[in-house]
Ligand binder design. Structure first.
Ligand SMILES: *[C@@H]1O[C@H](CO)[C@@H](O)[C@H](O)[C@H]1NC(C)=O
Ligand SMILES: *[C@@H]1O[C@H](CO)[C@@H](O)[C@H](O)[C@H]1NC(C)=O
Length: 138
């Protein structure tokens, strides 16, 4: 921010140089390394997807959902947004508040359709809550 002349690439190299880069596979300007990291991440996600399908646990349940990046981008562009706004400017890497809000909307809809049991019963006091707190997005 000081002179507005530091790029993300330089910042990422600085973090790596200090050996404090919390994700050196993705927080890097090296596209080859980012691609290799993505490939490995997809392999690991597939393992989790497989576990969610095949394993049952006594005390918890697993619901697997891919991070819906493409759906988020489409929704955001329809709302007139730019793709870069979906990245958190603090690190140029994580989903921004906009992306997280859209992800929550997509996740909620998917759970309602596929696993409503996870969400439980509707709150019987919803109409009273709405009467008191109006404008809660309904
Ligand atoms: C990384 O992967 C993307 C998508 O497959 C590809 O377009 C891009 O050229 C790759 N970049 C490098 C540096 O390998
Ligand atoms: C980018 O990362 C790849 C994979 O780790 C490595 O082989 C290559 O040397 C790196 N390129 C640069 C310019 O550091």
């Amino acid at each position: 921010q000081l002179n507005k002349d530091v790029t993300y690439g330089q910042f990422y190299s600085f973090l790596s140089c200090l050996q404090v880069n919390q994700c050196s596979g993705w927080i890097t300007s090296n596209g080859t390394l980012r691609n290799l990291t993505t490939e490995r991440a997809m392999q690991l996600s597939n393992v989790l997807k497989e576990i969610a399908k095949s394993e049952k646990y006594a005390n918890f349940d697993i619901f697997y959902m891919d991070f819906p990046l493409k759906e988020i981008i489409v929704m955001w562009q329809k709302m007139g947004g730019e793709i870069w706004q979906l990245l958190e400017p603090m690190d140029g890497f994580h989903p921004s508040q906009f992306a997280s809000a859209l992800e929550a909307r997509i996740l909620w809809k998917k759970l309602l359709q596929e696993r409503p049991d996870i969400l439980g019963k509707e709150n019987p006091f919803n109409s009273e809550i709405a009467a008191i707190f109006h404008g809660q997005g309904h």
